[in-house]
Design a protein around this ligand. Structure first.
Ligand code: FAD
Ligand code: NAP
Length: 545
């Protein structure tokens, strides 16, 4: 794999022996947490494996990396001054622009002084007598804290594919989530890329423009919509800035953290012409949410969903000239049950002479060789292999830390049949441990900045409540956790989500329990539940002095 990124860093400081709160991770979650904790006059440190802030936007520097939620919506709302002063350039900004924003926030709120970069947290153990967490880093430092908050990200534990011979390839290899900071020049090279999720779909058109040849190895095709990205106009920025408070409130009450009208009609009750016109408007709008919320029953009724599937299949066949390639690019699972993609010229890329699609359903990969990739029917030679093979999502970053709760119980064992949380925020047996956008919360089914802010606010309010009441610990009861897990499953089972082999289900990691991990009840409903629980003195939690 390519050399790890390296940024210049401030000189090393001593890790404090004891703080109120340890935060793990300095992405959007960890950054806002630090700011909030400081406002509460609590002592806090954050540990971050990378060399700078930004999390996702620090690591995923592959060509074409962008958000698929609009910048004016995918941004912090906690500071009106920040909202007003920051100037977004594009509707869907690139990774460098979002990283610039994260750095701006770190500078503006002077966050870096409490962040230890290049520092991975390896272990955390709860001391039942002291009612504290003992957190250990890869450098051998240990810090004691009253509270531990895992802001480690849902999509931060990257994953290589389980293919024999990975180490054999003599050329360069890159994973999209560990892209070198200096970039990669593909000019004149023969490139193979494995993976056609969002990272593959975004990078393939850009790599194709540079490479001599690009061969795409696709196991499962993605549903992708054209982003129709563009520079933002000054008048629309001004209009949003004038209306930001109303917009933010609408985000909080919405289903996906992106305000959209709530659909009332079934896709099956309208004429073909009306339905096609609705889907066409969504396709033209460059917004995934517009497609997913075009009809009330797209996510719950197979026949309704099939109408959207047929519409996108038609689009693919219209764009892609070679009928066999077009057919190979058409997914069969229900639309939206794997994360749909937003692209810039993705399907058009397959009309280029230097791009070739290999359908792994027909001819699976057998091995990586010294020269390239061998499938069941052909050996391909490459200078470079790109792995766009995704993440051990939602649980990977949490269970890779040796977290021990009451009685020394390891978290990964407690979750061996799938993650178990109350509200996706905390887990029984792990007092004073919080997760930001943990499994069992809307997290990856939402505009994540909205969900991150909601969790950070809820967690910091809970800490303030404990301190105000003279209490020391908070921990969900087993009953409350069991009931929440049942509720999360019940809602998921009423949808089509479990019908796809998605990372939402843990299906991309061999041996991982197949459980639908995010909460599919919507951001607004979820927030209401969390607020009610807090208002009832943290119902479902055991609080102790
Ligand atoms: P992260 O940004 O993942 O940050 C977690 C940080 O924790 C990382 O920097 C990691 O290094 C650090 N860390 C983890 N474990 C440890 C440890 N043990 N010790 C020390 N440090 C540790 N969401 C959207 O809503 N809209 C989008 O358009 C969108 N696009 C995305 C594009 C890509 C390529 C990816 C991968 C994700 C995207 N997401 C998107 C999801 C994105 O992850 C969230 O929006 C958000 O950035 C998550 O912030 P976070 O701080 O919670 O986690
Ligand atoms: P991903 O969606 O999990 O896609 C991984 C791809 O690699 C899939 O096509 C998968 O095929 C393939 N793959 C994995 N192992 C393989 C193997 N052994 N052989 C062949 N193919 C293999 O990962 P991602 O693309 O990095 O995206 C993850 C998530 O991050 C997204 O869903 C999204 O939430 C977020 N993201 C968002 C954006 C954005 O547009 N803003 C961009 C990038 C990422 P299978 O499907 O068959 O497993």
């Amino acid at each position: 794999m390519s050399a790890p990124p390296s940024d210049s860093q401030p000189a090393s400081r001593a890790v404090p022996s004891s703080v109120d709160v340890v935060v793990v991770g300095a992405g959007f979650s960890g950054m806002y947490l630090l700011h909030k904790l400081r406002e509460m006059n609590l002592s806090a440190v954050a540990f971050e494996a990378g060399t700078d802030v930004g999390g996702t936007w620090y690591w995923n520097r592959y060509p074409g990396a962008r958000v698929d939620v609009e910048s004016l919506a995918y941004s912090y709302s906690f500071s009106e001054d920040l909202e007003q002063e920051y100037e977004w350039q594009e509707r869907y900004p690139t990774q460098p622009e979002i990283l610039r924003y994260a750095r701006h926030v770190a500078d503006r709120f002077d966050l870096r002084r409490d962040i230890f970069f290049r520092t991975r947290v390896n272990a955390a153990a709860y001391d039942e007598q002291g009612r504290t967490w003992r957190v250990r880093t890869e450098h051998g430092d240990a810090v004691t804290a009253r509270f531990l908050v895992m802001a480690t990200g849902c999509l931060s534990a990257s994953k290589l594919p389980e293919i024999p011979g990975l180490d054999r390839f003599a050329g360069a290899t890159y994973h999209t989530a560990h892209w070198p900071h200096e970039g990669v020049d593909f000019t004149g090279l023969r490139v193979g890329i494995i993976g056609t999720g969002s990272s593959g779909v975004q990078s393939i058109p850009v790599i194709a423009e540079q490479a001599a040849q690009l061969t795409v190895f696709q196991r499962t095709p993605a549903y992708s919509l054209p982003a129709r990205n563009r520079r933002l106009r000054p008048d629309e920025i001004a209009a949003m800035k004038a209306n930001y408070r109303t917009f933010r409130q609408a985000q909080k009450e919405s289903g996906f953290g992106v305000p959209t009208p709530i659909p009332t009609k079934s896709a099956l009750e309208v004429s073909d012409e009306e339905r096609d016109a609705t889907f066409e408007r969504a396709w033209e709008s460059g917004s995934l949410v517009n497609l997913l919320t075009a009809y009330a029953d797209l996510s719950i009724d197979q026949a309704a969903n099939d109408t959207a599937k047929r519409f996108i299949h038609r689009k693919i066949h219209q764009i892609v000239e070679d009928p066999r390639t077009a057919a190979d690019l058409c997914p069969e699972y229900p639309v939206g049950t794997k994360r749909p993609c937003l692209d810039t010229g993705y399907y058009e890329t397959y009309n280029r002479e230097n791009v070739h699609l290999v359908n792994l359903r027909r001819t699976p990969i057998v091995e990586i060789t010294e020269r390239g990739i061998r499938t069941s029917d052909q050996a391909y030679e490459f200078d470079v292999i790109v792995y766009a093979t995704g993440f051990d999502a939602m649980t990977g970053a949490l269970t890779s830390v040796d977290i021990r709760g009451r009685g020394g119980a390891p978290l990964d064992e407690a979750w061996s049949a799938g993650p178990r949380t109350y509200l996706g925020i905390s887990s029984a047996g792990y007092p004073n441990l919080f997760m930001i956008t943990g499994p069992g919360s809307p997290s990856v089914l939402s505009n994540m900045v909205v969900s991150i802010e909601q969790h950070v606010d809820w967690v910091t309010d809970a800490i303030a409540y404990l301190d105000h009441q003279g209490l020391t610990t908070i921990e969900p009861t087993q009953e409350a956790e069991d009931a929440w897990v049942d509720h999360v499953n019940l809602i998921a089972d009423a949808t089509l989500y479990p019908k796809a082999n998605s990372w939402y289900m843990g299906a991309n990691v061999p041996g991982k329990p197949q459980v639908f991990m995010p909460y599919a009840g919507g951001v607004g409903e979820y927030r209401k539940t969390c607020d009610e629980i807090a208002a009832q003195g943290y119902k479902g939690f055991a609080l102790s002095v």
